[in-house]
Design a binder for this molecule. Structure first.
Ligand code: BTN
Length: 258
């Protein structure tokens, strides 16, 4: 059972998670916060659930997670100050928040994969999905959804990247409340850095991305591109170098090592 008290005592933020909504079951925490009919408007609201019925990942893939074992939540950014038109750097800040929390609490060695997966030894421990709604042509709310595998040890179904969890990595149960608070504490801090000096987020993220310099393939729908993962630019886009040393800027896609 998730204990709000154990979580709240560790939460050290000003606005992220200060409005915390707990639910036993939801379709998708992202959908709840994206739905303007739900009236969640407070900047930094966290909607948390113990079970998702229609959890989704990038490219509309399903996100499966066993009840009461993991962390499934979304963060609402509704204040203009934090809403960026390009969410890639926000993806970096969110994945760094998770990576730092895993290192601080459990001394795990984390790798970050473009644009936002959190991996340990090539296995995926956390997925992030950023979605938004617009009013006219301006984004008016951004929702950052995170699924962190914490105490689940058996995973069914087929995965493009094999899954892992904190428990599988440290061989004991992890306290979900503490991890959630640590992720939110880190995220708020990194969000402020992102606004003041995005280059620092980029620098930290690049240090954790082990694929830079490697031969990769990028799949986007039916199309597959091959090349060297040269770098990420100041906006967080991937720079792919082909055989003729031409650089192509990639905005989205699934990256694999070749
Ligand atoms: C991915 O790796 O494809 C992203 C997975 C994101 C899953 C989380 S779980 C909480 C939030 N609600 C959703 O429906 N998806 C995100």
């Amino acid at each position: 059972m998730f204990s709000f008290e154990s979580f709240d005592i560790k939460l050290d933020t000003e606005f992220i998670g200060r409005n915390f909504v707990f639910s036993e079951e939801a379709d998708s925490t992202n959908s709840v916060l994206l739905d303007k009919g739900n009236k969640y408007t407070i900047n930094g609201t966290v909607f948390y659930t113990e079970k998702q019925l229609k959890g989704r990942g990038r490219k509309n893939r399903p996100w499966y997670s066993a009840k009461e074992l993991n962390l499934l939540f979304s963060i609402l950014l509704s204040n203009k100050k934090y809403i960026t038109e390009n969410p890639v750097l926000l993806n970096f800040a969110a994945s760094l928040a998770v990576g730092n929390a895993l290192e601080n609490l459990y001394q795990l060695k984390v790798e970050l994969k473009w644009p936002n997966d959190v991996l340990i030894d090539g296995k995926k421990l956390c997925g992030i999905l950023i979605e938004s709604t617009s009013e006219g042509n301006k984004i008016d709310r951004l929702v950052i959804g995170l699924g962190i595998n914490v105490n689940q040890t058996m995973f069914q179904g087929s995965y493009s990247i094999p899954p892992t969890s904190v428990k599988l990595e440290i061989n004991e149960n992890a306290e979900r409340e503490r991890l959630l608070a640590e992720v939110l504490n880190n995220f708020e801090e990194l969000l402020l850095v992102l606004i003041e000096s995005p280059e620092n987020i980029l620098k930290d993220w690049k240090q954790r991305c082990s694929m830079i310099g490697d031969k990769i393939s990028i799949t986007e729908g039916e199309e597959v591109k091959y090349g060297i993962f040269e770098d990420v630019d100041e906006n967080g886009f991937l720079l792919l170098k082909d055989n003729n040393d031409r650089i192509e800027k990639i905005h989205c896609g699934d990256v694999s090592l070749r």
